[in-house]
Design a protein around this ligand. Structure first.
Ligand SMILES: Cc1cc2nc3c(=O)[nH]c(=O)nc-3n(C[C@H](O)[C@H](O)[C@H](O)COP(=O)(O)OP(=O)(O)OC[C@H]3O[C@@H](n4cnc5c(N)ncnc54)[C@H](O)[C@@H]3O)c2cc1C
Length: 218
């Protein structure tokens, strides 16, 4: 990131990210690349302890009241460790928490955002399906509204962080007859019975990031 674009506070966060990068043991990177570590729990814990996750969110939910420039700067620093570090750093704290901060209830923010930003729990975002990822509105997973709960059935693919996630942000159809953008709902699903996760891909440059496939069975 160009120095002149950064405020003093942002430079400080960038320096903190550099410190985090230096903290990562070389062996951790090698173990991830050889799939001995399937998900970098220790790295995300450390990032959370240092208050580097979700810095652009309000302080009351665990962020630091910063902005996207800060996020981009952090991602750039962390990406020096390898693409997959930025990817897992961003999936939970940026993709999942962004949806919850913007659209979730205070209950969800309390239960799922705060501990994630402290580095205590982890999350994955489940959009892509076996039939394709670009066609977002073609999602074929179904969440049937049963009044006091949803019955979710479907499969997801290429889900970064699936291996380590404690919960999943899942896009599913709740009204298959509605026009596409009104047919989908985003659900928070805890890991548990009926959620089958397989770490399968061995993606070049992405090993150790927990990418897996998930089947939701009722
Ligand atoms: C490393 C990695 C991590 C990922 N992490 C996640 C994750 O955490 N969560 C998640 O949900 N998904 C994840 N994905 C999946 C990713 O979002 C999808 O790969 C992406 O959306 C593309 O979908 P697809 O691979 O099924 O390709 P397809 O959608 O089948 O597309 C195949 C090709 O056709 C082209 N194409 C598709 N539709 C059209 C069209 N209408 N017009 C013209 N061309 C078209 C595409 O550009 C592409 O070249 C990950 C993928 C990778 C590789």
């Amino acid at each position: 990131m160009f120095e002149f674009l950064l405020s003093e506070d942002q430079k400080k966060v960038r320096d903190e990210a550099e410190e985090l990068v230096k903290w990562v043991p070389r062996q951790m990177i090698l173990d991830m690349d050889s799939d001995k570590i399937k998900f970098p729990t220790e790295f995300l814990r450390e990032a959370g302890k240092r208050n580097l996750l979700g810095t652009r969110y309000p302080k009351c939910w665990g962020g630091r009241d910063m902005n996207w420039v800060t996020t981009a700067t952090l991602m750039e620093e962390i990406g020096t460790l390898g693409y997959i570090f930025s990817c897992v750093f961003g999936v939970g704290a940026e993709l999942v928490c962004d949806a919850l901060i913007l659209h979730g209830s205070d209950f969800l923010k309390e239960k799922y955002v705060k501990p994630l930003l402290r580095g205590e729990i982890f999350a994955a975002e489940c959009l892509t399906e076996p039939r394709g990822g670009s066609d977002f509105f073609g999602t074929s997973s179904i969440a049937d509204d049963r009044g006091d709960h949803f019955l979710l059935n479907g499969q997801k693919r290429f889900i970064v962080g699936a291996e380590g996630a404690d919960y999943f942000l899942v896009y599913a159809k709740t009204d298959p007859t509605a026009e596409p953008h009104k047919a989908l709902t985003c659900l928070v699903v805890d890991r548990g019975p009926g959620v089958d996760v397989k770490y399968v891909y061995g993606l070049m440059g992405c090993r150790g990031g927990g990418a897996g496939r998930i089947v939701f069975r009722g």
